[in-house]
Design a binder for this molecule. Structure first.
Ligand SMILES: Nc1ncnc2c1ncn2[C@@H]1O[C@H](COP(=O)(O)OP(=O)(O)OP(=O)(O)O)[C@@H](O)[C@H]1O
Ligand SMILES: [Mg+2]
Length: 458
């Protein structure tokens, strides 16, 4: 699809008065938007189809196709751009109807520069949120089940149900891969704010020098390169929920700013003269022990207490081995269904070995393991010997009962598989890397039943 190659937002102005088109285009271009002009309704539709603009400014009365007719086609066909209607004085009642029909807002002529810019910015912000919400809803998809029937999980579920109904801040903690992010999303989807936005910020993934402007935004001209005002994640989350993931990685300067925002309920974008009220529910998560970080001086105690109004712990999998079987079933069923693979079954011996394992990577590790097993064993029965070598050796120095040759074979097969994956199944290259000849490698591939499957990343 042709799309103007630019990182700037594309706006189409559709109006039959050239004077209006020219001045709108000039104002918007001055603010860094890309602008295309349409002199009538059908030209507007053509341009929308061709260029997929972010926003359409649409006059009501136009030759060849009126504004409402254009809007009708756009909403019917799900063409996408957010629409702002421009109405002449006196046709406000039409404009109101058009807004009901799906336009975001309307502007009355004569247009004022400030009003135009604010409306355009809000419309685009709103559109971005809608897209994000849709994506999230798809991601949450309702089919992301929260599995586990152990006592700990039942208690966790109960706590989630209670806290979801409130507006309280929540701090979710627990080891890596225990389901903290999933819990945050479940709290959100069951909260009074579920119809509003859910914005996620991974505090560990954003460089410390950028995190403040990312969270709180900046004003135009706040520093060199700040050509336009940028709303922060707090502002984007206004009215909704903000998930601050890996909060333990937030550096101290940003912590001080965050504390102020939580205390005052106001944000102050970099370079701003005034602060703005915001209404955001904050859910935070961390796999660090924040008490230790506080003791080391890496985390502010006052911020800690502001965040952990309701603390929620995701317990490690090894403390609730009763959940392993349920998770196995869940992930294998889910993965097979999504990839249209026949389901696998787990032999008793395999289940036992999986329950004895200490799961340092928790649920995520189990999920990844199941995906790998399903790919290699589609439709089959997974026995103990199909598991990676770490499952064959019991913990705490006990003998596992597996013969040395089985363990050696497992290690060899796993390693060959890894190199094959790295070379994308280039047999000559793999043989060379392993220091054996190709015939020998072929024999081993056959012996261990190694297979390459389409769509597989393993
Ligand atoms: N109880 C559960 N039921 C179903 N799926 C789960 C459960 N717990 C975790 N998962 C899944 O396991 C994976 C890891 O979970 P998640 O990303 O929420 O962990 P996390 O605690 O945020 O990890 P990290 O600290 O590494 O960010 C996800 O795919 C998640 O959907
Ligand atoms: Mg996480």
């Amino acid at each position: 699809m042709p799309r103007i190659k630019s990182k700037h937002k594309l706006v189409i102005i559709a109006d039959d008065e050239k004077g209006i088109r020219d001045s709108v285009a000039m104002i918007l271009r001055g603010e860094g938007y890309d602008v295309l002009e349409a002199a009538d309704g059908s030209e507007a539709l053509q341009l929308v189809r061709r260029y997929h603009p972010d926003l359409l400014l649409l006059d009501v009365k136009m030759p060849r196709k009126s504004g409402p007719a254009v809007l009708d086609e756009i909403t019917k066909k799900g063409l996408g751009p957010v629409v702002v209607v421009i109405s002449a004085v006196g046709s406000v009642s039409i404009a109101v109807k058009v807004v009901k029909a799906g336009a975001y807002d309307f502007l009355e002529k004569p247009l004022s520069k400030d009003k135009l810019l604010i409306t355009v910015e809000n419309a685009l912000k709103n559109a971005a949120m809608k897209v994000e919400n849709l994506r999230l809803r798809e991601e949450l998809g309702g089919d992301e089940e929260f599995v586990g029937d152990s006592k700990m999980m039942r208690e966790l579920r109960q706590a989630i149900a209670v806290v979801a109904r409130t507006e309280s801040r929540v701090l979710i903690f627990g080891e890596s891969g225990t389901g903290k992010e999933l819990v945050a999303k479940i709290i959100y989807t069951n909260s009074p704010r579920s119809e509003r936005v859910f914005i996620k910020v991974n505090c560990a993934a954003i460089p410390s020098e950028l995190i403040e402007s990312e969270l709180f935004g900046y004003e135009k001209g706040a520093f060199t390169g700040a050509e336009r005002r940028k709303p922060g994640r707090f502002e984007l989350a206004d009215g909704g929920t903000l998930f601050l993931d890996e909060i333990g990685d937030l550096h101290l300067d940003a912590q001080a700013k965050l504390l102020r925002v939580l205390q005052e309920g106001e944000i102050e974008p970099v370079g701003a003269v005034r602060s703005t009220k915001i209404d955001v529910r904050v859910i935070a998560a961390t796999n660090k022990r924040l008490e230790d970080e506080i003791a080391k001086g890496g985390f502010r105690e006052d911020l800690y207490y502001r965040l952990r109004v309701v603390p929620i712990e995701c317990p490690p999998l090894r403390k609730r081995v009763e959940d392993v079987e349920g998770l196995l079933e869940h992930f294998s069923r889910d993965y097979c269904r999504r990839n249209q693979l026949p389901e696998v079954r787990f032999a008793e011996s395999a289940r036992k070995a999986l329950c004895q394992y200490h799961w340092p990577g928790n649920v995520r590790e189990l999920k990844n393991l199941v995906e790998r097993l399903v790919i290699f064993k589609a439709g089959g029965l997974i026995g103990r010997s199909d598991l990676p070598v770490e499952f064959l050796v019991k913990q705490e120095g006990e003998r596992s009962g597996a013969s040395l040759s089985t363990v050696k074979g497992k290690v060899e097969a796993d390693y060959i598989m890894q190199v094959l994956a790295d070379t994308k199944w280039n047999v000559s290259k793999t043989a060379e890397m392993l220091g054996i000849d190709r015939t020998n490698l072929h024999k081993k591939i056959k012996k261990y039943g190694l297979k390459r499957l389409k769509n597989s990343e393993v």
